[in-house]
Design a protein around this ligand. Structure first.
Ligand code: AMP
Length: 403
């Protein structure tokens, strides 16, 4: 038997339905905020990911799925933002009215060691906003995502928040951190040993806890300018005012190179080590220019559908069912399918039960939460059917055209 590739999953019936219902909620949420869809391709030139995510990031170093290309090497996208920015730059973001607010839903691919919550193919939902740079709009986005996740999951979630300051501040802090790590480099994990040279900030974010080996860690807050501090304070005050469960964590750095200024991660409240982050994001003010576009600031968030689904409390999914059409015998099958066709053409949900046994069909209808049972028998010869309303507990004979 041929089996699915490692790190992938099949979603069939209810599990797929649940995912569809959540993605519909994502899309409705984004559209209510005035965001518009942006759908870049699933694979891009490898150079894009190297420049955007960072040549030395784990994602580029270890996790890209390569594809054969004609001239350039391609890779399946390991995240969505790089493709969105590339697409907007190519389309001329410079002359678009700002802010440019986009949402993107799609599968992404990372060649990771598969385990629960960590797959090789998974689904992200991204919101990205370009050309607006104020603390209130950033805090509004975070507060909104918080409410959305709470509603979908059915319990509280928690936001961890930090600021990396401007690229200059980030660089100054990185230099200090490199010095602080100094003679303790030997105690770090093999990945972090390499990170010291390429992006020392990632050592603080190491899931193996390498930051505990450093000794005295410099604090990012000591390097922030007054404006950068004020910006974080404004975000914090807005989140407090609006009942968001959050904590400022000045060791939060994120694994992708393009973040500057505000960064955040969202987890279940009991996941203090942030081992299964549900969503993460932050500002990436330099990325558009870095990918040959204009100097446009941006903020984005990526929600991981798979981890969100795994934490949902109420997993009951119901597919809409209005009508169940029950031919009393095979002789009335043709009429039953014709009635179903007419209802479907009117955008009503209807299906035929071929049990030819009213008791079985009725119990099917009750289980499927169907409201109407249409009995197709002798009456269809006069273009009529018996319709039973299970919610009102009533029954009448009606003309088929009235359904
Ligand atoms: P990242 O781009 O790494 O910030 O990831 C954004 C979100 O995608 C995370 O918060 C997770 O919810 C989800 N995610 C990341 N990697 C995986 C994976 N291998 N499998 C499933 N979900 C993932």
């Amino acid at each position: 038997m041929i089996q699915k590739p490692r790190g992938t999953r099949d979603f069939i019936a209810d599990s797929a339905l649940l995912r569809e219902q959540i993605t519909s909620a994502f899309i409705l949420f984004a559209q209510n905020m005035g965001y518009k869809p942006c759908q870049p391709p699933t694979f891009e030139g490898v150079g894009l990911f190297k420049r955007a995510v960072g040549e030395s990031s784990d994602i580029v170093q270890k996790e890209l799925f390569y594809l054969k290309g004609d001239e350039e090497k391609y890779a399946l996208r390991p995240e969505l933002t790089a493709g969105v920015v590339r697409a907007l730059v190519e389309k001329g973001i410079k002359s678009m009215p700002k802010p440019v607010n986009t949402y993107t839903l799609g599968n992404v691919y990372r060649y990771e060691k598969p385990q629960k919550g960590r797959y090789r193919e998974f689904t992200q939902f991204d919101l990205n906003s370009f050309g607006e740079q104020n603390a209130f709009s950033d805090a509004y986005l975070i507060a909104n995502i918080y409410s959305l996740l709470k509603k979908i999951i059915g319990s509280d979630v928690k936001i961890f928040l930090n600021t990396l300051g401007s690229p200059k501040t980030k660089q100054k802090f990185a230099n200090e951190l490199t010095d602080a790590i100094g003679k303790n480099t030997d105690k770090l994990c093999p990945d972090c040993k390499l990170r010291v040279a390429s992006n020392p900030l990632r050592v603080l974010d190491c899931k193996l806890g390498c930051k505990d080996e450093i000794g005295d860690i410099p604090q990012i807050s000591d390097y922030l300018s007054d404006d950068e501090k004020k910006y974080l304070d404004t975000v914090v005050a807005f989140l407090k005012d609006n009942g968001v469960n959050f904590e400022v964590d000045d060791t939060l750095m994120r694994g992708l190179d393009y973040y500057t200024s505000l960064v955040f991660e969202i987890t279940m409240p009991d996941d203090s080590s942030r081992s299964a982050v549900l969503a993460g994001g932050g500002r990436f003010d330099g990325l558009v220019a870095q990918l040959d576009g204009p100097d446009v600031g941006a903020i984005g968030v990526g929600l991981g559908l798979d981890r969100i689904v795994e934490n949902i409390k109420r997993r009951e999914v119901k597919q809409k069912c209005e009508y169940i059409i029950c031919p009393v015998s095979e002789e009335y099958s043709k009429s039953a399918y014709k009635i179903a066709l007419q209802l479907n053409q009117k955008s009503k949900s209807a299906r035929v039960s071929t049990a030819y046994n009213l008791k079985t069909s009725l119990s099917d209808a009750v289980k499927g939460d169907c409201q109407y049972v249409v009995i197709a028998g002798e009456e269809t010869k006069n273009n009529e059917v018996i319709i039973r309303d299970l919610k009102k507990n009533s029954q009448e004979e009606v003309s088929i055209d009235e359904l």
